[in-house]
Design a protein around this ligand. Structure first.
Ligand code: UFG
Length: 331
């Protein structure tokens, strides 16, 4: 298939791209490189551009004879979204509509969308199912939920078929070592703890140890980025074969606390470092664990990396090699 991947130079996008290339698809990556890395685009055709550029989107659909779209391009910092809501509504919602319009104009009818657990807000029950209430507590989550609603309207109106994938906590790196997680600024727990293990940071701060969990720190559901990538392929193939639109959670179904993540990093890396308890971070729910039964049943998706230790090991390989910057060669 000729597939357009938006945001293909980002952390998750680059792993999706690599999985598509391995399956022999023709891939066109569109990325504005605001957060992505050119080095993360390991094959196919690369176009530097933005979803605000309607002409460019129409041109790509037509000239590259796009048959399916995987849409990951977005701003994704929860904290920033509370300070700059307009940026999130504009980039994640309004510019996303440009993409849908270009698809409809060019008769492209299948899209896999990168959504998020943040659409749920504070969950009523754990594990979270796709039909649980969606009351996002951040503009980021809301901008993704609005786009999901638009997808439903485009399906009703034009017969656009979509799979919306609600990611829980993406983690780890491709074991081949070519690509990995490199955010700037980095806000995610696992890369921050690994940077502390490497001595790039002095210590790791635990954001709150008074949550109603076993050890008081927040619990999250970490899913390996290659397992996530595999789900995109299955979802797109299913749509191409005529499957109806759907929404799927993507997690491993296991929850780990912040303290467990830190202890596992110490074990995997064999390094000790300072840990300090600090204030809660605004907007963090205590526990987020997905039920991924639906995608397992409907698309036969099976995660390969179910243990935290394995997920962290792949991320550690990447970080200690220095990532894209090859910052250090300390081992
Ligand atoms: N944490 C720390 N110290 C740090 C960094 C994080 O204690 O230095 C804690 C957080 O408070 C949280 C947990 O580690 O309890 C995980 O935090 P992350 O920032 O790694 O991930 P989040 O669960 O906040 O966010 C993820 C995605 C978001 C998405 C959200 C859905 O990264 O894009 O899940 O709720 F919106």
């Amino acid at each position: 298939m000729n597939i357009l991947v938006t945001g293909g130079a980002g952390y998750i996008g680059s792993h999706v791209l690599k999985a598509l290339l391995k399956e022999g698809h023709q891939v066109i990556t569109l990325d504005n490189l605001q957060k992505g890395y050119k080095e993360a685009v390991t094959g196919g055709k690369f176009i530097e551009g933005d979803l605000a550029d309607k002409k460019l989107l129409n041109k790509i659909m037509k000239e590259d004879e796009i048959e399916g779209v995987i849409h990951l391009a977005a701003d994704s910092l929860v904290g920033e979204s509370m300070e700059k809501p307009g940026k999130y509504y504009m980039n994640n919602f309004a510019n996303g509509i440009n993409l849908l319009e270009a698809m409809i104009n060019n008769d492209v009818k299948n899209i896999v969308f990168s959504s998020t657990a943040a659409v749920y807000g504070e969950p009523d029950e754990i594990p979270i199912k796709e039909n649980n209430k969606t009351e996002p507590t951040s503009t980021y989550g809301e901008s993704k939920l609005f786009f999901e609603k638009a997808l439903k309207r485009y399906d009703d109106t034009y017969g656009l078929k979509y799979a919306s994938l609600r990611y829980f906590n993406a983690a780890g790196a491709d074991p081949e070592g070519e690509i990995g997680e490199a955010h700037d600024p980095e806000t995610h727990l696992i890369p921050i703890v690994l940077q502390t293990a490497l001595g790039i940071r002095d210590k790791i701060y635990i954001f709150g140890d008074d949550y109603p969990t076993n050890d008081g720190s927040c619990i999250r559901d970490y899913i390996h980025v290659n397992d996530l990538a595999a789900a995109h392929l299955l979802a797109l193939e299913a749509l191409a074969e005529g499957k109806e639109s759907s929404i799927y959670n993507l997690g491993s179904g296991e929850g780990y606390s912040v303290k467990e993540v830190i202890d596992t990093v110490k074990e995997v890396t064999g390094r000790d470092f300072e840990v300090e308890i600090s204030e809660r971070r605004a907007g963090d729910p205590a526990v987020l664990i997905a039920s991924s039964d639906k995608i397992q049943k409907e698309l036969d998706w099976q995660p390969k990396y179910t243990e935290l230790e394995k997920i962290i090991s792949t991320a550690w390989q990447w970080h200690k090699s220095g990532g894209f910057e090859r910052r250090t060669n300390d081992e």
